[in-house]
Ligand binder design. Structure first.
Ligand code: C5P
Length: 216
């Protein structure tokens, strides 16, 4: 039997990996898991109970309770939850529990698309395709501001940029599973690319990997 089409997508916050992951999952008819939601679910439970984000025993309990079939995207998307998620994500036992659930999801006969920070390096090191999606911090801040404004909100560019840089530093600087491209990842810098162009580039990479797998 041929290797399943597992697509691992990593990159910093706001680089466009979520959109890309959904488009690829649609295109290849694969199940998709946004692994950021699992860290967000842990953070959300701590916040809801008034527990400190560094409270490892409660964070571990919250991680065990994460149910991949029941991740409420609307609640978990809040900006404050993302910020809190990057704090609980430094706790090794939390990572171990969530990574095991993510691996179980990835082990589907036809394959799956997972996006996050450590999918190509730790969760699915054997993925058939690994993409590392980036964009400059300025471009990511500009996109986030445009998104906030499109939803009738307002924000300040400098504050958003500082926020993004702080999150990058935390995700890339942690000791356990820091954000970095896997040695065999394809780098996709979307700073100067539309979503459509990024999708077409990613699809070409996946099609190439499939052709090699199938000996075409
Ligand atoms: O991608 P998202 O912004 O939802 O992720 C929230 C936080 O969860 C990230 O900043 C990161 O600290 C953590 N995370 C992680 N590993 C993953 C996915 C997310 O550490 N695979």
């Amino acid at each position: 039997m041929s290797r399943p089409l597992t697509i691992a997508i990593d990159g910093p916050a706001g680089a466009g990996k979520g959109t890309l992951a959904r488009r690829l999952a649609d295109c290849y008819r694969l199940p998709h898991l946004d692994t950021g939601l699992t860290y967000r679910a842990v953070a959300h439970r701590l916040l809801a109970n008034g527990w400190p984000l560094g409270d490892a025993p409660h964070a571990v309990e919250a991680a065990r309770l994460v149910d991949l079939g029941n991740l409420d995207k609307a609640t978990l998307s809040a900006h404050a939850v993302g910020e809190a998620a990057s704090r609980v994500a430094v706790i090794p036992e939390v990572r171990e529990i969530l990574a095991a659930k993510q691996r179980a999801f990835a082990r589907q006969p036809g394959g799956a698309v997972l996006d996050g920070r450590d999918i190509g390096t730790v969760v699915c090191p054997d993925a058939l395709v690994k993409l590392y999606v980036t964009a400059s911090a300025e471009v990511r801040a500009r996109r986030r501001l445009a998104e906030i404004e499109a939803n009738n909100g307002s924000g300040e560019f400098a504050a958003i940029l500082a926020d993004i840089e702080r999150r990058d530093a935390r995700d890339m600087g942690r000791a356990d599973s820091p954000l970095k491209p896997a040695a065999d990842a394809h780098l996709l810098d979307t700073s100067e690319m539309s979503i459509e162009a990024a999708f077409l580039a990613a699809r070409a990479i996946v099609d190439d990997a499939l052709a090699k797998r199938d000996g075409a």
